[in-house]
Design a protein around this ligand. Structure first.
Ligand SMILES: CC(C)(COP(=O)(O)OP(=O)(O)OC[C@H]1O[C@@H](n2cnc3c(N)ncnc32)[C@H](O)[C@@H]1OP(=O)(O)O)[C@@H](O)C(=O)NCCC(=O)NCCS
Length: 123
């Protein structure tokens, strides 16, 4: 399930975000985490079953869009559907109030499952 990020999860969250293509710069990564901690429009969630294995981050823009800007799964747990489940959960959480979309870094993956969600709902 998705749980909301808290300060005591900082290390694991940074580890997961570091798998993003732009996550190699440690200073930038620290700024990103700080923004999630302090900016109410930036909301970070972690995927937790027994362990924490994934992260997904959303930025609320102009009170209209919920933009998925980080998606990352621990390499040992990839290709098991965790990324897909996180996208689905974010859609459920935000789509009543916001237009859910993705930024340039996450759109490839996000669109893959956002589209398949829509076609599954139509079936
Ligand atoms: C992208 C990522 C979050 C997917 O997580 P996951 O839990 O393995 O995803 P799922 O198991 O739900 O889905 C796996 C499918 O997504 C595909 N996929 C993986 N990365 C992808 C990407 N960047 N763009 C599009 N599809 C991608 C896989 O090929 C696989 O496809 P298949 O089922 O047709 O074989 C994970 O690979 C990751 O953390 N990558 C590094 C971080 C990153 O680059 N994030 C931005 C991605 S745009």
């Amino acid at each position: 399930m998705l749980i909301r990020y808290k300060k005591n999860m900082e290390k694991i969250a940074m580890g997961l975000l570091s798998f993003m293509p732009e996550g190699k710069d440690v200073k930038k990564l620290q700024q990103t985490i700080k923004e999630y901690e302090t900016n109410p429009d930036w909301q970070l969630f972690l995927w937790k079953e027994e362990d924490v294995t994934g992260a997904i981050g959303v930025k609320i823009e102009n009170d209209i869009n919920a933009v998925v800007q980080h998606i990352s799964v621990n390499p040992s747990h990839r290709n098991m559907g965790i990324g897909k489940k996180m996208v689905e959960e974010i859609n459920k959480m935000y789509s009543d109030k916001y237009a859910v979309c993705a930024d340039e870094f996450t759109q490839n993956f996000f669109n893959k499952y956002n589209d398949s969600n829509k076609s599954q709902q139509r079936d």
